[in-house]
Design a protein around this ligand. Sequence first.
Ligand SMILES: [Zn+2]
Length: 264
Amino acid sequence: MTNLRAAPPNDDPLVLGATLRPPKTAELLADQIRQRIVSGDLRLGTALPSETELMKQFTVARPTVREAMRLLEADGLISVRRGASARVTSPDPVLAARLTGFVLQMGGTTFDDVFRTRLLIEPACARHLAGHSTTAAIAALEGALDVEVMGDAAEGDPFGVPFHDVIIEMCGSNTLTVICSMLRHITYAQAAIATDVDRQDPARRASHIAAAHGAHERLYLAVKSGDEHEAERIWRSHLQQLAVVLVDQLGALEVGAVLAAYRP
Ligand SMILES: [Zn+2]
């Protein structure tokens, strides 16, 4: 461990970093407004004061106000339209998903890694839902099942991803919903690619659709009857069967390479 006090006095000075830059006024201004938005003090849809008014209120120049607005816009916290006041908006989950995708891509994350994470999360959600089922949750699961039944088998989603989304959303945890929504784009890309593979073999595709729908129906019944153990077992088994299709074919692919080729 370096002992700074023991260093000889005439040595070259120890360089610990570059010159510190004080925060720009625009960043400080953006910080203040950002805090008012995320604390709920400024509600969704609220129009911010005009540029001129903000200049007066904060005693800053117009370019400073404009830069602060650009920073808040980049955060997804306001929308700015030409000729109108900026309005408070909610950050777009798609933006968060894109950023998450970039982070995973740069880390060389594979589909297998993403799928193993789903395998940890989803059976626990299924169990929780069965233990705390509400009329709203049962109705939402029913709705997702109806969509699967009505869907055109030739064009439908064989892996019923929306049904999986409902299970997570109905757990009632906003934190979980946001985290999973960041992975959703990747999950859909994986299902879409597997669907393309399936299309080359209609019999195989039909059997995948039937198996997925059957598992979804069984989960729905387990949730409705409040059977936590059965719900978790059904969902783990369903995901393990999906893994045979999704992970065995695509698991080693890097998320980045596939997302670059996939356009929803
Ligand atoms: Zn499924």
